[in-house]
Design a protein around this ligand. Structure first.
Ligand SMILES: NC(=O)c1ccc[n+]([C@@H]2O[C@H](COP(=O)([O-])OP(=O)(O)OC[C@H]3O[C@@H](n4cnc5c(N)ncnc54)[C@H](O)[C@@H]3O)[C@@H](O)[C@H]2O)c1
Ligand SMILES: O=C(O)[C@H](O)COP(=O)(O)O
Length: 619
């Protein structure tokens, strides 16, 4: 009898041989549910058939490590398998630009590290097919040719810094290569350099220094301008821009900012007014650039926009040279529209020796030193080494650039197995319940994982987190998302995720909700990802291993009958849970099994008179 069965609103596992793990479980779903932001997320790629995913031995080791941490089984059971790593070749990590020692130490503890600086593009292409990872700064151009030459071996490119304009992201994505960066550690260094350039430009420090060294004493020539009371326009109010703004306010400047994507409350918190692009140009005495270089911002400062600036404006650029049309800047300097410029970055680095811009007497230059403090370089090295090692291990960093990441893959994989025929899915709806304000919930990672889970089983091509969304679009799969505010603990960003597939038939009718779509829901309980709802039935099934779902008449003895059949066929049941609509009506059994049941055992289950339908699902 279904003694412990429960109503759909109150579900209880009936028994389990699996230990409930502690909160330190490395379960991937747990990780994503508990870490949408902002620290690197520890996640496993559980995919197969993959150039991109971690070498098999790493996956084995991770899974076993997790098992050791979460299981009550004796450690010795896994020890032999863990020893596998001893015979596995270490991944090769190519570092093509100088990286801090602390980062190199992390990399060396994990793989074979080769530091080859100043490689020509040809030499890089030649080397790359032997490398699992490549770590660069801004000096290495990671072009499509590099990904082509990698021949599928390259799994991750780590950018030891923020700007990824030197990496061909489209090519990386197409080749299934993850790109991660280190966005945090050099923020303050860049902001401090911006302020250093601002102040030294205003007081002619570098020109005056050079003149004394040339034997001159030019006190009246180098009278400067004051910063206090002047208006500074911060163009790009992100990490660096907002730190520059804070510091400039400390210097007594009136700070405004332009950033089409910055939240107004973030600017308000710093005491900065967000203004339009034209308003910023027209008002500012000083302009400091802090936006990324991309097709929208390329040469955004040009003849037309210089003409909109206040005559005598002073410009600082510690962002990217390419956001300025450098020839137009020379013209603006010559005409006096721009009184001075202080530049750390250039369209071509290093710039030509005879560059008119660099040689201009009203221009102060530094050789891309924004991130170059000891502290920032050590920090960046550690940040990128951890992200790259994590990626090679099959985990995924929150700093991944081209992968909307993180697992929930199993929910997707489970949903697609409930579709009869498995194909023809055109429309997927994902509903996230969270205590967070919907605007603060970044679901890209979850969405990519679910998408991967849905399309991988029905796709001939290789799917990973990087190309999942792209492939889904190509297949005409429409994915919509809804965020629902839940009355749950704000400690956990996501309370539950529901996956709905519409306009498809199901091989398990109980999975179809009253609205006609296949609907399943998952959440984390006791540190383990669980399936909590199938159609209108509440269940409580750990999302690990294999699962049999049965719909039966709710009557005594059902659990015993099915349990016996599996036992007779040597299939180990690791949990069972029963949900039902209402008493003595229909019930649903979720049975977790360690082994894949053979056809005979499944046939026998189907013959049990009160079993109305059942389905075997591989997670
Ligand atoms: N010189 C250096 O050594 C150095 C060091 C660090 C960062 N950087 C560069 O500084 C820039 C900012 O870095 P970050 O860490 O602050 O990045 P970030 O992503 O935190 O900030 C960039 C900001 O620019 C905004 N933005 C995007 N398009 C814009 C546009 N058209 N107009 C105005 N704002 C726009 C974004 O919304 C974002 O808020 C990047 O270009 C980065 O490469 C240079
Ligand atoms: O984008 C960045 O992080 C900076 O431009 C730093 O570049 P670098 O690593 O080449 O110093």
């Amino acid at each position: 009898m279904a003694a412990s069965s429960s109503s759909s609103s109150s579900i209880k596992p009936i028994f389990t041989t699996r230990s409930k793990s502690s909160n330190s479980s490395k379960s991937s779903l747990l990780s994503f549910l508990h870490n949408t932001n902002p620290k690197p997320i520890s996640l496993k790629f559980s995919s197969h058939n993959s150039n991109y995913t971690t070498p098999p031995s790493f996956t084995i080791r991770n899974s076993l490590q997790t098992a050791l941490e979460t299981s009550e089984l004796p450690v010795s059971k896994f020890q032999d398998d863990l020893n596998l790593q001893a015979v596995t070749p270490k991944p090769t990590i190519l570092v093509s630009e100088k990286l801090g020692e602390a980062g190199l130490a992390i990399l060396r503890s994990f793989g074979n590290v080769e530091c080859l600086y100043d490689l020509s593009p040809e030499a890089l292409c030649e080397k790359i097919s032997q490398c699992d990872a490549l770590i660069v700064r801004s000096g290495t151009k990671v072009t499509r040719s590099v990904f082509e030459a990698a021949n599928g071996k390259l799994k991750v490119v780590g950018r030891a810094g923020v700007g990824i304009d030197n990496v061909d992201l489209q090519a990386a994505t197409e080749f299934g290569c993850l790109v991660v960066n280190a966005p945090i550690a050099n923020t303050v260094a860049a902001a401090e350099h911006g302020i250093a350039l601002l102040a030294s430009m205003a007081r002619n420090v570098s020109q005056a220094d050079a003149s004394i060294k040339a034997g001159k004493w030019l006190r009246s020539k180098y009278v400067g301008v004051s910063l206090v009371g002047k208006t500074l326009a911060v163009m790009g109010f992100g990490k660096v821009g907002s730190e520059v703004a804070r510091r400039a306010k400390g210097l007594g400047m009136n700070v405004i900012a332009h950033d089409p994507y910055a939240p107004a409350d973030k600017a308000r918190a710093v005491g900065v007014e967000l203004v339009s692009f034209d308003q910023a140009l027209a008002t500012a005495d000083f302009i400091s650039l802090h936006m990324p270089l991309n097709p929208t911002t390329s040469k955004i400062f040009n003849d037309e926009t210089f003409a909109k600036m206040k005559k005598g404006v002073r410009i600082v650029n510690v962002a990217r040279g390419g956001v300025i049309d450098e020839e137009a800047l020379v013209r603006a300097l010559d005409s006096g529209v721009v009184a001075q410029a202080a530049l750390d970055v250039f369209t071509e680095e290093p710039p030509a020796k005879d560059s008119k811009l660099v040689q201009h007497e009203n221009v102060t230059v530094t050789p891309h030193l924004g991130a170059s403090t000891k502290e920032a370089q050590e920090g960046v090295a550690i940040e990128i080494a951890e992200a790259v090692v994590g990626a090679l291990r099959g985990e995924l960093s929150a700093t991944a650039i081209n992968a909307p990441m993180v697992p929930s893959e199993k929910l997707g994989r489970l949903a697609v197995q409930l579709v009869s025929g498995g194909s023809g899915i055109k429309s997927v709806k994902l509903i996230y319940r969270s205590a967070r304000d919907p605007d603060d919930l970044d679901t890209r990672i979850l969405r990519a994982m679910i998408t991967k889970g849905i399309i991988e089983p029905i796709s001939a091509s290789f799917i990973n987190l990087v190309n999942a969304d792209f492939t889904a679009k190509q297949k005409g799969l429409r994915i919509s998302e809804e965020r629902v505010v839940a009355d749950s603990s704000p400690e956990f960003p996501i309370d539950s995720i529901q996956v709905q597939l519409s306009n498809v038939d199901s091989k398990f009718a109980a999975a179809v909700s009253e609205n006609g779509e296949i609907s399943i829901e998952g959440k984390v309980k006791f540190g383990i990802p669980h399936l909590t709802r199938v159609g209108s039935f509440g269940v409580d099934a750990s999302l690990e291993g294999n699962l049999i779902l049965c719909r039966q008449v709710d009557q005594p003895g059902m659990i015993g009958k099915v349990g016996n059949i599996l036992g007779e066929h040597n299939v180990n049941v690791n949990f069972m849970s029963v949900g039902r609509t209402f008493r003595r009506n229909h019930g649903i059994m979720a049975i977790g099994v360690d082994e894949e049941p053979n056809q005979d055992s499944l046939k026998e289950i189907g013959k049990v008179p009160a079993i109305e339908e059942f389905v075997f699902l591989k997670l």
